[in-house]
Ligand binder design. Structure first.
Ligand SMILES: Cc1cc2nc3c(=O)[nH]c(=O)nc-3n(C[C@H](O)[C@H](O)[C@H](O)COP(=O)(O)OP(=O)(O)OC[C@H]3O[C@@H](n4cnc5c(N)ncnc54)[C@H](O)[C@@H]3O)c2cc1C
Length: 511
């Protein structure tokens, strides 16, 4: 084994959507990253996450890169609860729809951005072990040239649901076991169902057929178990066809598979997202049935939450206690989504009472209040990070309101392109003056706005605030409706943006 020392402060294991997003966020924060991936090249690992949710799209807009994703796939109306279509069109966002991009395409666009920011994926590099101590982490990797030990200050496991790092760290992964087995294929159908999103429950299981692009469908069957194959065997076209014939009585004229796979409804979440200098993100921290299109979105949002915090800690502008807030916030948000997915998985059950429940739900979702409630949750727009305070915007994503500044008209999300906190005041120079002590770390902006009310994802409205502190991930950390509480602002700035210590730059570099 060769001992190769590197000075990269952060090693990210896994170049799926979570690892790629995290790498770009760290680079925006000025941090060097080593991005390790066990595969030998990107390849076409199936469509998988074909529905990007509104909050994820917004976060890409906050970084000024959303157009690349909008160009890669059309808006679609795949927002659904257990396959029952939701109407996202009334959501108060510039993106009231899901985006129909295949996961491989999303990864390709993310990789392009990462490359521009100076991170190249190191392919054929598998993390096989790690050791952490008081100053950093030794990361053991297998490469085509043999094994090596790399050194970093932090290691982030974005290595998927079977995460080697999570297992080596001994982190518990409690949850619920699988109750059904689903087969999926991306295929061409000579005799497709009439509707582009087709879901039916039959006596022996359920069938979903989603038209992604003209002539190209994802077909899914879910049955109690895999009748003719072991749980880990690869899926063949004939196995999928037999399942379709059993469940639906037709194979829809299926042929020409591009991708075949299987999954189940096991739902698990890592007990901790932080183990000292090792952090878990994406599927490494949570797995579940891909119902309602959540997994990739949760992973990318984990990355947006962690990226700016880890960058601030590595730059020496925050203590590593800031990393605990990553666990507190994302573990709670992901647990909430997991519960919503479990509720959907229950509706896939095949007993008569559940069929009746499903029928009741299909009716309820037609009621606008129910549609608003579920759309706000599944879109990711109504996430509220815990311990934030009483104001309805605290801990929630800021709406992308148009504002006027001395340099002209802009929007709040454009102010976030640099991935730095923004202190935005609509009236009071004293608020903006507070940013002086945090110069270089907080962007102060004086603006006027076309006033309120501002509409929230649950369709309630609030008056436009007079000032607010927005974190780099677009969540509101402090807000004022009238005379500003400047002491409260200073305290909040200290929590999220304070320098941890006054060590020299030289000392920080080797941190
Ligand atoms: C059929 C299906 C449909 C889905 N539909 C949706 C959807 O519509 N919307 C949605 O949001 N989600 C959906 N998902 C879920 C989504 O695909 C995952 O949540 C997403 O891929 C998680 O991204 P990730 O980067 O965390 O993990 P992964 O995509 O699993 O990436 C992990 C990466 O780490 C690499 N790796 C693993 N071990 C190591 C190691 N030891 N060293 C180095 N590299 C390693 C892997 O090769 C891989 O590239 C779907 C999933 C399936 C199966």
């Amino acid at each position: 084994m060769s001992a190769q020392r590197t000075q990269a402060p952060v090693i990210v294991a896994g170049a799926g959507p979570t690892g790629l997003t995290l790498a770009t966020e760290l680079r925006r924060g000025g941090i060097e990253v080593l991005l390790l991936e066990q595969r030998s090249h990107r390849g076409q690992n199936g469509s998988r996450a074909a529905g990007m949710q509104p909050r994820t799209i917004e976060m890409l807009d906050q970084r000024g890169v959303v157009d690349r994703f909008l160009a890669a796939g059309p808006p679609a109306h795949l927002g659904n609860f257990a396959g029952i279509v939701l109407d996202y069109s009334t959501l108060p966002t510039r993106f009231p729809y899901t985006l129909n991009i295949m996961q491989a395409e999303t990864e390709q666009v993310l990789e392009g951005i990462a490359t521009e920011l100076g991170v190249a994926v190191q392919w054929s590099t598998t993390v096989t072990g790690f050791r952490q101590d008081a100053t950093g982490v030794d990361v053991i990797v297998d490469t085509p040239d043999g094994s090596a030990t790399l050194r970093s200050s932090y290691l982030v496991a974005c290595d998927g649901g079977r995460s080697t790092i999570r297992k080596l760290a001994g982190v518990g992964f409690p949850g619920t076991d699988a109750t059904m087995a689903c087969l999926t294929g991306e295929v061409e159908l000579d005799d497709p169902p009439e509707r582009p999103l087709f879901l039916q429950r039959r006596e022996r299981g359920s069938i979903t057929a989603i038209q992604f692009r003209p002539g190209w469908h994802r077909v899914v069957t879910c049955e109690p178990n895999r009748a003719a194959a072991g749980p880990h065997d690869p899926v063949t076209l004939e196995e999928l066809r037999a399942s379709l014939l059993r469940v639906a009585g037709t194979d829809f004229g299926m042929h020409s598979p591009r991708w075949l796979s299987h999954f189940n409804d096991a739902a698990r979440q890592a007990e901790r997202y932080r183990i000292g200098r090792v952090l878990l993100a994406g599927d490494a921290g949570h797995i579940h049935l891909p119902a309602g299109g959540q997994g990739m979105n949760m992973g990318m949002q984990d990355a947006f939450n962690l990226g700016w915090k880890l960058a601030a800690v590595v730059r020496g502008e925050a203590t590593d206690a800031l990393l605990d807030t990553y666990h507190d916030e994302r573990h709670a948000a992901d647990a909430d989504t997991l519960n919503l997915v479990r509720a959907q998985a229950a509706l896939f059950g095949l007993s008569d009472p559940i069929t009746e429940l499903y029928n009741v739900f299909s009716h309820l979702i037609g009621l606008s209040e129910v549609n608003t409630y579920l759309s706000a949750r599944l879109s990711g727009l109504d996430i509220c990070y815990p311990g934030s305070g009483d104001h309805p915007l605290l801990g929630r994503r800021v709406p992308d309101v148009a504002i006027n500044t001395s340099s002209g008209t802009t929007t709040i999300y454009q102010l976030l392109h640099r991935a730095r906190p923004v202190l935005l005041s609509f009236s009071d120079d004293a608020v903006v003056a507070e940013a002086t002590a945090w110069a270089g770390r907080v962007t102060p902006v004086s603006a006027t706005t076309a006033a309120g009310p501002w509409t929230l994802p649950d369709a309630t409205t609030i008056p436009a605030p007079t000032a607010l502190l927005i974190r780099p991930d677009g969540y509101v950390a402090w807000i004022s409706d009238g005379a500003p509480d400047l002491a409260g602002l200073r305290e909040t700035l200290t929590t999220w943006c304070e320098a941890a210590d006054r060590r020299s730059d030289e000392e920080r570099i080797i941190r």
